[in-house]
Ligand binder design. Structure first.
Ligand code: GDP
Ligand code: GDP
Length: 462
């Protein structure tokens, strides 16, 4: 009884195999003239007591003279894990291999690996052609998605009456991770202390004081959320001191942390000039690029409130945000606790709003937004002697959601490559308002009406 990992070369099969098995066993079943056989290992699912034999089937199920899996092996295989490289378009080899495996009539779990290189929406675009409704987004490199894969395997095996019901481990599960990013001394660890309700870290007056990575867990509704003070930014600031912190702001490290988070709080501090400093704007741009839902919190409001009206400060702050005007902003005080509850509530609100919107609802909106105004011109008509071309108008025909984190959508349209930028922005802003998605990054992909091919590049809306 075995689970077999299949797929074309270089998609990450052996990386996955090595990650899952306890001990790599030697090659088995040497057949004359075969350069590579299956590699066998034992896989203990972490959420259940089940142990399965796992086979790395590199070299089987694809190729010019397709190497069919021997019958004796097929009798043993109960489930296939089909791996594709989600960061690149599917290749002919992927398709060949997949149709071969599918024809074997055994359960298959589709895995899109290398998700560290692509967002969920882009991954679904890459794998959508295989016609499988569900896939697991995996990054072996960043250890993401393994838990989900294990759950799926446990479920599939249970359906086959092979495995027992997955037993939940008694480790405290973290449902959501919130990263707090900000310059040194804006009050990140004070905020974590405030959220935790107890003093869990040393808050020092001296900027860049050595401290451990600060984090806390807190119940939000029925879920456990973890709040983490970014180590990436802190470490650099420790080394170089406060003033240089931005120039050497370790974008790469912070990005890595962002990718592992569900939400981000950009923490800034009050300033007589109101506007966010350039450094904070830089950090904020990076947060938006990573498509992580975020909130801007301006700390130390207790210092400012005697001489500024909250509303006018808030208005000036949002006016300065430009295209990111839809990001929730709050004036808080970690010291007194002012608006800290509201900050948590705004995260919770976002959590509730990140959802799957039904296709009929999306299309109702698409129709109504087109009725509201004259259709935009995609291409003006021209007259050259007898040659006449007609003016082309943009027409959106259909909309569908392809992912939830980030919320991703495909809009089908007659001329996707001719949609002006401001038109895209208009649609996306209207959409955000209609479905109350403030602070939530959206990813819109515009596609041609019928061919199923992608015409325009993925457009990120931040
Ligand atoms: P196989 O031929 O399918 O067994 O693929 P390998 O496991 O040998 O992996 C092929 C390449 O993809 C190697 O260079 C891996 O380091 C790389 N790789 C595997 N998993 C990931 C991942 O999750 N992210 C990225 N970026 N690269 C990966
Ligand atoms: P971090 O470097 O971003 O983690 O900042 P800390 O939490 O260590 O705070 C830096 C300094 O700002 C400390 O002296 C805190 O007491 C002070 N501080 C933090 N939050 C507030 C606040 O809401 N109001 C005031 N007045 N001071 C604060």
């Amino acid at each position: 009884m075995a689970i077999a990992i299949v797929g074309r070369p270089n998609v990450g099969k052996s990386s996955l195999f090595n990650r899952l098995v306890e001990q790599r066993q030697s090659l088995v079943w040497n057949q004359a003239g075969v350069t590579r056989d299956r590699v066998v290992g034992r896989w203990q699912l972490s959420q259940s007591s089940e142990k399965y034999e796992l086979w790395d089937m590199a070299g089987w199920g694809y190729g010019k003279s397709l190497r069919s899996i021997p019958k004796e092996w097929l009798n043993e295989i109960k489930l296939f894990i089909f791996v594709v490289d989600g960061s690149v378009p599917l290749t002919a080899l992927d398709r060949d291999c997949f149709s071969y495996i599918r024809a074997l009539n055994k359960p298959i779990i589709l895995v899109a690996n290398k998700s560290d290189k692509k967002s969920f929406g882009e991954l679904s675009l890459e794998v959508s052609d295989l016609g499988v409704s569900k896939f697991i987004s995996l990054s072996i490199e960043q250890k993401r998605g393994i838990g989900e894969l294990e759950e799926e395997v446990a479920l599939k095996m249970e359906k086959l009456h092979i495995g027992k019901k997955p037993v939940k481990k008694r480790v405290k599960k973290i449902d959501r991770r919130v990263l707090i990013l900000g310059r040194p001394n804006v009050g990140k660890s004070s905020l974590i202390n405030r959220i935790a309700g107890t003093r869990i870290s040393v808050v020092s007056e001296i900027s860049g004081t050595t401290r451990d990575l600060v984090n806390c867990q807190r119940k939000i509704g029925s879920q456990t959320w973890q709040f983490v003070d970014s180590a990436g930014v802190r470490k650099k600031s420790k080394i170089y001191g406060r003033n240089d912190a931005v120039e050497i702001f370790s974008a790469k490290k912070a990005l890595m942390e962002l990718k592992q988070s569900d939400f981000c709080i950009l923490l800034s501090e009050v300033h007589p000039k109101v506007q966010l400093p350039t450094q904070d704007k830089k950090i904020f741009r990076m947060i938006r690029e990573s498509l992580i839902p975020s909130v801007i919190a301006v700390n130390k409001w207790d210092q400012m409130k005697a001489n500024r009206k909250e509303r006018s400060y808030q208005r000036a702050l949002t006016a300065d945000l430009g295209e990111f005007v839809y990001t929730p902003t709050l004036l808080i005080s970690a010291k007194t606790g002012y608006h800290v509850k509201a900050l948590l509530e705004s995260l919770r609100k976002m959590e509730r709003r990140i959802r799957k919107i039904s296709t009929p609802k999306l299309n109702q909106w698409l129709t109504s937004v087109q009725k509201e105004r004259q259709p935009r011109i995609a291409k003006k008509g021209s007259k050259k002697g007898k040659l006449r071309t007609q003016t082309q108008y943009l027409k959106y025909t259909y909309m569908v959601q392809t992912g939830e984190r980030p919320m991703s959508f495909h809009i089908f349209c007659n001329s996707p490559h001719l949609i002006p930028r401001d038109e895209k922005r208009y649609l996306e802003n209207r959409f955000r308002l209609e479905f109350k998605l403030e602070g939530i990054p959206l990813q819109f992909t515009y596609r041609g009406k019928s061919s199923g091919k992608r015409f325009s590049k993925v457009k990120k809306s931040r």
